[in-house]
Design a protein around this ligand. Structure first.
Ligand code: NAD
Length: 298
């Protein structure tokens, strides 16, 4: 299949790489030239613009930081047209970024006006899942679009869910990440308390993993440096899922809650913790670096 992939960051690069490995003809574009080099050497075609990458594509996939980037890519701005207006054919559009359901619906409406099928398909599973091709895709959009996308998504993911209409994928993803933010800050809090009371963080982690405190953040993404080989914590919190992106997702959860008058006291607490941590200069570190917040003064 001819696939255009736009946005080759921590997640997009390994996802696009898996599509190349599966034998698809992949054209890539990222605003940062260096991000395309690795994909080019793997066999992808590096392009000078999103429009050039999408030319002749049957499927367009985007993996961008936030809603404003996705809106700008597809819908454009006053001074520059978006990709929807530049497309020649009618490729299936899959946006895998985590953005607000409102932004997803606005882009979906733009696609519909031009006779295009749009799916919001945010992912879970982190950089490790993107590299291994074991991501979870949470898809919003029509049943027909979902079935059309499935074979492509199965190259990059293991669990493919259809959550509902356009925007529903984002709602489910935002609920998941609110819970993840709560679990990661709670895990960091428990580890710091144990260590301050003389425990070895690796021993405490093993005890909690085998006890009722076990959870994804503790079990597969341990935030204490050196406890888990290969974790972001064990490489100075470089790469992975940035604090800035977690703060964004918790902000999306907050907006979602405001819109339907839901109470999210734990999610609000987590949002404040990650926003504070980002404001202290840690936005570019992996989100498990929230551990540092609990170690201040050590
Ligand atoms: P990232 O910041 O590492 O990568 C984003 C890439 O998009 C960058 O290379 C940037 O140059 C590029 N970009 C931005 N605007 C562009 C444009 N207009 N055209 C082309 N390229 C553009 O982010 P990431 O960690 O890869 O995350 C991407 C999305 O996936 C985010 O919405 C994030 O919330 C979500 N997500 C991330 C993870 C994770 O573990 N990192 C997990 C699940 C979901």
């Amino acid at each position: 299949m001819k696939i255009a992939f736009i946005g080759l960051g921590n997640m997009g690069a390994p996802m696009a790489h898996n599509l190349v490995k599966a034998g698809h003809e992949v054209s890539v574009f990222d605003l940062v030239d260096a991000a395309m080099k690795h994909l080019e050497s793997a066999g992808a075609r590096a392009c000078a613009s999103a429009q050039s990458a999408a030319s002749g594509a049957e499927v367009v996939i985007s993996m961008l930081p936030a809603g404003q980037h996705v809106r700008r890519l597809y819908l454009g701005r006053d001074d520059s047209p978006g990709l929807f207006d530049a497309l020649e054919g009618k490729p299936l559009i899959i946006d895998a970024s985590t953005i607000s359901p409102e932004d997803a619906r606005a882009v979906g409406a733009g696609a519909e006006q031009r006779g295009l099928t749009y799916l919001d398909a945010p992912v879970s599973g982190g950089v490790g899942g993107a590299q291994a091709g074991t991501l979870t895709f949470i898809v919003g959009g029509s049943e027909a679009g979902f079935e059309q996308a499935r074979p492509v998504l199965e190259v990059m993911g293991k669990n493919i869910f259809h959550a509902g209409e356009v925007g529903a994928g984002q709602v489910a993803k935002i609920c998941n990440n609110m819970l993840l933010g709560i679990l990661m800050s709670g895990t960091a809090e428990a580890l710091a308390l144990g260590v301050k009371n003389g425990l070895d963080p690796a021993v405490l982690s093993e005890i909690m993993k085998q006890s009722s405190g076990g959870n994804w953040a503790l079990n597969v993404y341990n935030p204490w440096p050196g406890v888990m080989q290969g974790s972001a914590a064990s490489r100075d919190y470089q790469g992975g899922f940035l604090t800035d992106l977690m703060a964004k997702d918790l902000g999306l959860a907050w907006e979602l809650a405001l819109g339907c008058k839901a109470t999210v006291p734990m999610g609000s607490q987590a949002r404040n913790l990650f926003a504070l941590h980002a404001a202290q200069g840690n936005g570019g570190l992996d989100f498990s670096s929230i551990q540092k917040l609990y170690r201040a003064g050590e």
